[in-house]
Every structure is written in structure tokens, then in C-alpha cells.
Design a protein around this ligand. Structure first.
Ligand SMILES: Cc1cc2nc3c(=O)[nH]c(=O)nc-3n(C[C@H](O)[C@H](O)[C@H](O)COP(=O)(O)OP(=O)(O)OC[C@H]3O[C@@H](n4cnc5c(N)ncnc54)[C@H](O)[C@@H]3O)c2cc1C
Length: 234
């Protein structure tokens, strides 16, 4: 059977499934995606709420990702650059940790300046991409690791932010909480990046970030390698 006669059933429209489908489609096969949720994208999805754009998992695309970089249309994605660095909260206050050689000014320095409230200045991610919030508003995104009982999470996060930002966070409006089960596969340093990037049993292939690396790049690599294996079985 030639490849153009092949229909490949793909279960899951996350990045791995989508990458696999694109490569198969480009080769002339007919991929058919079955997605159980209400849209494709998997762990990389964005919702709109009252003029805000809410990422279900705030995603940083490293422009050094080789295969994702080749597959994705970066112009259409309209990527915005982060300034390199982080603010670390300690009991003594905020500390800036960053690559001082790579233009660290504006966002980080203004966030630390002793004038005005911190909350007035912390505008991530809407400082990077204004579309994330309506005009004159700011979107602050908080990620919490671990499992916290329902209902308790928002109050605990607000209490923490209150301590960090001198009470300014009390005026912030909570928009939405996403609980992402199995957010990332456990991949301690040194693991991942081994093997073919997929598993195969009879005519069924398994792909996903857990089979290469827990990232946009890892999911795409796994999907592409799976497609290559389907197209040219060894
Ligand atoms: C909060 C968060 C932040 C992240 N930040 C970054 C980052 O900054 N940079 C980065 O590179 N990576 C980041 N990642 C990792 C990256 O998002 C994932 O590695 C990648 O999206 C995984 O893609 P996947 O296709 O392997 O799996 P998934 O995205 O999980 O896709 C699986 C899909 O299969 C569907 N599905 C499952 N079972 C069935 C079924 N039985 N029938 C039909 N459909 C089914 C699911 O609904 C889903 O759509 C982040 C992840 C999270 C959760």
C-alpha cells in the first residue's frame, strides 16, 4: 500500500500528535486526529477571558529549539523576547538574579526600584506582549507546583503574594485557576534525549514529550520521529 493510501489514526492533538500529523500529511498520508478535549494543543492552549489571554500553562519557547524551530512558523507566532533573569523572593526581600551581560534593564530594574508599589510594575506577561491584557490592565501569571486541595489554592497564593508585594496583591482580581494533571513527566537531569523518541508495539506507536524531553521541543521531536518511523518502517 502506498503512503498516499494510508490513513493514520492519531489519538491526541497535543504538540506530539500535531507534529506527527503534519509530517505524515506532508508525505502524502492521511492523518486523522482524535482529540478528547474541546480543542487541540494539549498542554499548550490559551483561553480568552474579559480581554485577557490566559495560557493554560505559561510557555516559554526557547529559540534554540532546533526541530520545533524548523516546524513552526515563528513569524506567525509573533514571539516576544524575555529579558534574561529572575526575581527571587527571600525573607529579606526580592533579589535579582540575571545575566548582566544581556540587557537586563527596564522590567527587572523598574520592578525593584523603591518608588511606587511593586504590583504597579510587575506586568508579566502583558509587559512582554500587550495583547495579554486589555489596555491599561496587566496580567500576572502564577505557577504553583504540587497538589493543593481545592478551594485552598487561591487563598494560599493570595496570602503569599500579599507578603511578597506589600499588600498590593489584595487589589488584584483573580481570573482563573488551571489545575494541570500530570503537568510534566519526571525527568531528572541526565534522563531523556535517549532512544528513538517513540515506542512501538505491533502497528501502534506511542509518542509524547515523556519519550524525549519534557518540552515543546521534546513533544515535537517525538511526533516527528514517530511519523518518520511510520513512513519508513525499519
Ligand atoms: C504549566 C506548564 C508549563 C510549561 N512550560 C513549558 C515551557 O516554558 N517551555 C517548554 O518547552 N515546555 C513547557 N511545558 C511542556 C510542554 O507544554 C509539553 O512538554 C508539551 O506540550 C507536551 O506535548 P504532548 O503532545 O507530548 O502532550 P499533551 O500536550 O499532553 O497532548 C496530549 C493530548 O492527547 C489528548 N488525549 C489524551 N488521551 C486521549 C484519548 N484517550 N483520546 C483522545 N485524546 C486524548 C489530550 O487531551 C491532549 O490534547 C510546560 C508544560 C506545562 C504543563
Amino acid at each position: 500500500m502506498s503512503i498516499s493510501e494510508k490513513t493514520v489514526l492519531i489519538v491526541g492533538g497535543g504538540l506530539a500528535g500535531l507534529a506527527c500529523a503534519i509530517r505524515l500529511h506532508e508525505a502524502g498520508a492521511r492523518p486523522l486526529i482524535f482529540e478528547r478535549s474541546d480543542g487541540v494543543g494539549g498542554r499548550v492552549r490559551t483561553d480568552q477571558l474579559d480581554g485577557f489571554l490566559l495560557d493554560r500553562g505559561f510557555q516559554v519557547f526557547l529559540d534554540a529549539y532546533p526541530e520545533a524551530g524548523d516546524l513552526l512558523d515563528k513569524d506567525k507566532l509573533d514571539l516576544r523576547a524575555f529579558r534574561p533573569g529572575a526575581l527571587i523572593y527571600q525573607t529579606s526581600g526580592m533579589r535579582r538574579v540575571m545575566d548582566v551581560f544581556r540587557e537586563p534593564r527596564h522590567l527587572m530594574e523598574s520592578a525593584l526600584a523603591p518608588v511606587g508599589s511593586f504590583a504597579d510594575k510587575l506586568r508579566v506577561p502583558s509587559d512582554l506582549a500587550p495583547d495579554y491584557a486589555p489596555p491599561g490592565r496587566a496580567l500576572v501569571s502564577v505557577s504553583v507546583l504540587g497538589i493543593v486541595e481545592s478551594g485552598d489554592l487561591e487563598s494560599r497564593v493570595l496570602a503569599e503574594l500579599d507578603a511578597w508585594f506589600g499588600g498590593a496583591a489584595r487589589a488584584w482580581r483573580h481570573l482563573r485557576t488551571y489545575r494541570i494533571e500530570r503537568a510534566l513527566p519526571r525527568q531528572p537531569p541526565g534522563s531523556g534525549f535517549t532512544g528513538p523518541g517513540f515506542r512501538k508495539e505491533a502497528d501502534v506507536y506511542l509518542c509524547g514529550d515523556h519519550l524525549w524531553s519534557a518540552s515543546i521541543e521534546g513533544a515535537i521531536v517525538s511526533g516527528l520521529r514517530t511519523a518518520d518511523a511510520i513512513l519508513k518502517p525499519s
